[in-house]
Design a protein around this ligand. Structure first.
Ligand code: ATP
Ligand code: MG
Length: 592
């Protein structure tokens, strides 16, 4: 009760912000034309993400406003204003033009979160190329697969990544024409520019003009290639268009409440869709200052960044929140977060326990939201204007229609109108950032649609208030004694136990009941695995969930296998449990 009233009060305070008054009316009155009106556009109905995010701001009031603050690995800080970014993107676009790289060709970027990555992504878009940021920790294999699948013509990378990962596969990259290398130790240190098509990026940038007429791309022209996380199998390459920017604008406003005075920190790497849609595009559209931390997760440093950089809006993921929880309350108590006013999470279900942790440690409950690589932007959210329902993904955003569907007659799905019934989560097709295809996989793409609906592959239910509740991925749902059990429900119940830091739940084949529920648990600091604790956790889960749903088996694990985007790989827990082949593990986090 007490917790509910706290959330109500906070929501009421937030609602006083002008763009959030009467969310219901906003949603009803919304259509995508409104988002288009808020964008500048280019003559002849053209639309270019780089123009909307950078060029138009640099020509106006935001010219000297900070776009990015990079916190370097070595403690160095580098600031870029909107004006600086406009100049860098123009230089990069001119470099491409100088190399005869034309509109529609594909530019891949393989780098840590350094300024050059941001300049290349936005500069590539400005030049009318399609861009694909790759996660820098990928090994040579996944790099080659993605570049070949996406027909990369240009690769931007650093000297050391080139030496370690690209040099040995260069011969396999048949479509690649140019490699642009970022020098790390001074301007031209060690760049092997003697190999044909290999250039020193810094040198070319310095010689290029900082003036470039943005290519007037069509709204349906290819802009970004993003690979899925590979949680359920081999990653798929989703194709996104420039028109997606309308979704980024609307969701930046209604789901994240971004305003130019905000200091925003999206912790995702641009190698995953979140790190591009919300680490680059949405904050720039709204004239926000973004913090970019070049380092990996570190609880103490992250708390310090929130505090020292005066972050006001924070967008992170359940995996990071769980790691902060695991690090314990003592550490958190050393910091305060007076500027923080809104925190949101995406990527995996956010257990109610994590929502409350936010309230206790950060002073704010955490707003969960749901989307996928394929949707290009946030679709369902606990928006700042409405009360949070902890454990729920929230409600569809303005311009988004979501439904729960089941298989119908003639192979076309039908909508389940009654509330609280589980089924597949579906979205009415046609929102601007909807994927336009999977690279080289037309058939898989076609399977995403049934009639007017895009099928998400996730199971959920909708309650009577219109909030959506995640049940599990279709692939992960457990069938036990005739019950359908969503792993999320079991994981959330176990998370409520004070010893538990993280849980992954699978169905283990069983002759009697079909599948039995098995949980893998990692413990918080200060707790040790023991038979007594195992019994305690089993009893705790039985009390919360009832005997039919509670796990029958619990194993302790120091860490759970995760994708590099932070998702627990239940299919791997299962494969390992059953001694089966692990399948595609190209996105598995190192050491997991
Ligand atoms: P692959 O498609 O390759 O298996 P993936 O689905 O994990 O990988 P992403 O597009 O990065 O790749 O992740 C989207 C998925 O993440 C969603 O379909 C959903 O299963 C999960 N997800 C994202 N946000 C949430 C959330 N708030 N609650 C529950 N699940 C979420
Ligand atoms: Mg997926």
């Amino acid at each position: 009760m007490e917790r509910t009233s706290v959330i109500r009060k906070m929501a009421a305070e937030l609602r006083t912000r002008p763009n959030l008054v009467d969310y219901e009316a906003t949603r009803r009155g919304f259509n995508w034309e409104i988002a288009h009106d808020a964008l500048a556009g280019l003559p002849g109905g053209a639309l270019n993400i780089a123009y909307e995010t950078v060029v138009r701001h640099a020509g106006g009031r935001l010219r000297d406003h900070l776009a990015f603050r990079f916190l370097g690995q070595n403690g160095a800080v580098r600031d870029l204003s909107y004006g600086d970014l406009a100049a860098l993107t123009a230089r990069f676009a001119n470099v491409l033009r100088g190399l005869d790289v034309v509109r529609g060709e594909r530019v891949f970027v393989l780098a840590g979160r350094i300024p050059e990555l941001y300049a290349a992504v936005l500069g590539g878009l400005r030049a009318g190329c399609a861009v694909s940021p790759l996660f820098s920790a990928f090994g040579p294999e996944p790099i080659a697969t993605r570049l070949n699948l996406g027909q990369g013509a240009v690769l931007v990378t650093t000297e050391s990544l080139y030496q370690r990962k690209v040099a040995k596969i260069r011969g396999e990259l048949t479509t690649l024409r140019h490699v642009l290398l970022v020098s790390e130790g001074g301007e031209t240190s060690g760049t092997p520019t003697d190999v044909e098509g290999t250039h020193n990026l810094g040198r070319l940038m310095a010689a290029a003009s900082d003036d470039f007429p943005t290519v007037p791309t069509r709204p349906d022209e290819l802009a970004l290639l993003h690979f899925t996380s590979g949680t359920t199998g081999t990653p798929k390459g989703a194709m996104h268009v420039h028109g997606a920017v309308a979704t980024h604008w609307a969701t930046g406003l209604y789901a994240l409440d971004l305003h130019p005075e905000d200091v925003f920190w999206c912790t995702a790497d641009p190698g995953w869709v979140t790190g591009t849609s919300y680490g680059i595009i949405a904050p720039l559209l709204h004239g926000v200052t973004s913090i970019v931390d070049e380092g990996d997760f570190d609880a103490e440093r992250w708390y310090r960044i929130l505090n020292e950089q005066k972050v006001s809006v924070w967008y992170t993921a359940p995996t990071a929140i769980r790691m902060l929880m695991k690090a314990g309350p003592e550490l958190a108590k050393r910091f305060t977060f007076p500027q923080l006013r809104f925190v949101a999470s995406v990527g995996e279900p956010l257990n109610p326990e994590a929502v409350w942790w936010g309230k206790e440690v950060l002073g704010l409950p955490i707003h969960d939201n749901w989307w996928q690589t394929e949707t290009g932007g946030i679709m369902i959210a606990n928006v700042p204007a409405l009360d949070i329902k902890p454990g729920s993904m929230g409600r569809p955003l303005p311009g988004v229609e979501a439904a729960i569907v089941r298989e119908g007659k003639d192979g076309v799905v039908e909508v389940i109108e009654e509330p609280d019934v589980e089924g597949e989560l579906a979205l009415l097709r046609g929102w601007p950032s909807m994927l336009r295809g999977y690279l080289n996989n037309e058939e898989r793409y076609r399977k995403c649609f049934s009639g007017v609906w895009y099928l998400t592959g996730d199971l959920a239910r909708r309650d009577a208030d219109g909030y959506f509740w995640f049940v599990g991925r279709k692939d992960d749902v457990i069938k036990s004694s005739g019950h359908l059990i969503g792993p999320f429900e079991v994981e959330s119940a176990l998370m409520e136990h004070p010893a538990v830091a993280e849980v992954g739940v699978i169905g283990k084949p069983d002759e009697m009941v079909g599948e039995v529920v098995k949980a893998f648990v990692s413990l918080k600091k200060g707790f040790e695995p023991s038979e007594a604790l195992r019994m305690e956790l089993l009893a705790h889960a039985r009390k919360k969930l009832g005997a039919a749903v509670a796990p029958k088996e619990i194993d302790f694990a120091t860490t759970l296998p995760r994708t590099r985007s932070g998702k627990i790989m239940r299919r791997l827990l299962k494969a390992r449990e059953l001694g089966l082949p692990e399948g595609d593990t190209s996105t598995l986090e190192a050491g997991a």
